[in-house]
Design a protein around this ligand. Structure first.
Ligand SMILES: C[S@@+](CC[C@H](N)C(=O)[O-])C[C@H]1O[C@@H](n2cnc3c(N)ncnc32)[C@H](O)[C@@H]1O
Length: 230
C-alpha cells in the first residue's frame, strides 16, 4: 500500500495498527517511550494547569500518565480522529474521550489551559491549520506541549537513521505489522522539521516564548509554546 497522503488515509492506517500499537510502540522504542511521556508529564505538572486536552491521544498512554501523576487540576480530555485507537484507550480505562480532528476541533474557544500532543503532530496533514485550532481552544496564557520525533544531535545519528529506515520496518513486520506502515512512520520522522525549524513553525502560527528540550540525544524533542494574552 502507498503511504498515506490524506487525513482519511492516515485514519485508515491507525485503524489498522490500533490493536498492535501499544505493543509495537514499547518494543520498537525499547521502552524509552515511557520516559519521554514521563518527561512531558513532569513539565505539565510544573505548570499545574486546570483543564487539559491531549490531542491525537491514540491509545491514551500520555493521558493516563498525566492523570496518574496528577499533573492537571480539572478536566483531562483525550481527542483523536481514529475511533479504533480511542477504543483501545477506553479499554485501558480512559473515560473522557472525544472524536476530534486536530484540524477542526469540536471545542469552544478558550476551553483549555494546556494542550498536549505526543507523536501525533507529524501525522497531521495540515499542521498550520492544527496549530490555529490549538491556539483557538487554548485560554490566554495557556501552553502547548508538543512531543515529537526530531533530529538527533549526537554521534549515533547515522546508526539511528539506519535503524529507522532499514531495521524498524522489518522488525515491525516480524511482529505482524505491514512493512509499509512502519516504512511510512520512518519517512514521516525523516521529513519532519528539526528542533529549530519547529520553533519557527510555532512562532509563525502565533505562539510565543517557545523553548525545547532534546531527549535521548535529540531522537525526540519536547517543545513548549505559550499563548499570549490576545
Ligand atoms: C503515533 S499515534 C500517537 C498516539 C499517542 N499520542 C501516543 O503518544 O502514543 C498518532 C495518533 O495521531 C492521530 N492523528 C493523526 N492525525 C490526526 C488528526 N488530524 N486529528 C486527530 N488525531 C490525529 C492518529 O489517529 C493516532 O492515534
Amino acid at each position: 500500500m502507498k503511504h498515506p497522503k490524506t487525513a482519511q488515509q492516515v485514519k485508515t492506517l491507525f485503524s489498522r495498527v490500533a490493536k498492535r500499537y501499544d505493543f509495537l510502540n514499547h518494543l520498537l522504542s525499547g521502552g524509552v517511550d515511557y520516559y519521554w511521556r514521563g518527561f512531558l508529564t513532569q513539565r505539565v505538572k510544573e505548570q499545574f494547569p486546570r483543564d487539559l486536552l491531549d490531542l491525537a491521544t491514540g491509545s491514551g498512554d500520555l493521558l493516563i500518565s498525566l492523570r496518574k501523576r496528577k499533573a492537571y487540576q480539572g478536566i483531562g480530555v483525550g481527542g483523536d480522529f481514529c475511533f479504533p485507537m480511542l477504543t483501545v484507550a477506553q479499554q485501558k480505562g480512559v473515560r473522557e474521550l472525544s472524536t476530534a480532528d486536530a484540524m477542526h476541533l469540536p471545542f469552544h474557544d478558550h476551553s483549555f489551559d494546556a494542550v498536549t500532543i505526543s507523536f501525533g503532530y507529524r501525522n497531521v496533514v495540515d499542521r498550520p491549520m492544527a496549530l490555529k485550532e490549538i491556539l483557538r481552544v487554548l485560554r490566554p496564557g495557556g501552553f502547548l506541549y508538543l512531543l515529537e520525533f526530531s533530529h538527533p544531535v549526537v554521534w549515533w545519528k547515522k546508526i539511528y537513521w539506519k535503524y529507522l529506515v532499514e531495521i524498524l520496518p522489518v522488525m515491525a513486520q516480524l511482529w505482524g505489522a505491514e512493512v509499509s506502515d512502519y516504512d511510512y512512520l520512518a519517512e514521516t520522522i525523516r521529513r519532519f522539521p528539526n528542533q529549530k525549524q519547529l520553533v519557527q513553525e510555532l512562532k509563525q502560527s502565533g505562539f510565543d516564548a517557545i523553548c525545547y528540550w532534546n531527549l535521548t540525544g535529540g531522537i525526540v524533542a519536547l517543545h513548549m509554546a505559550h499563548k499570549g494574552s490576545t
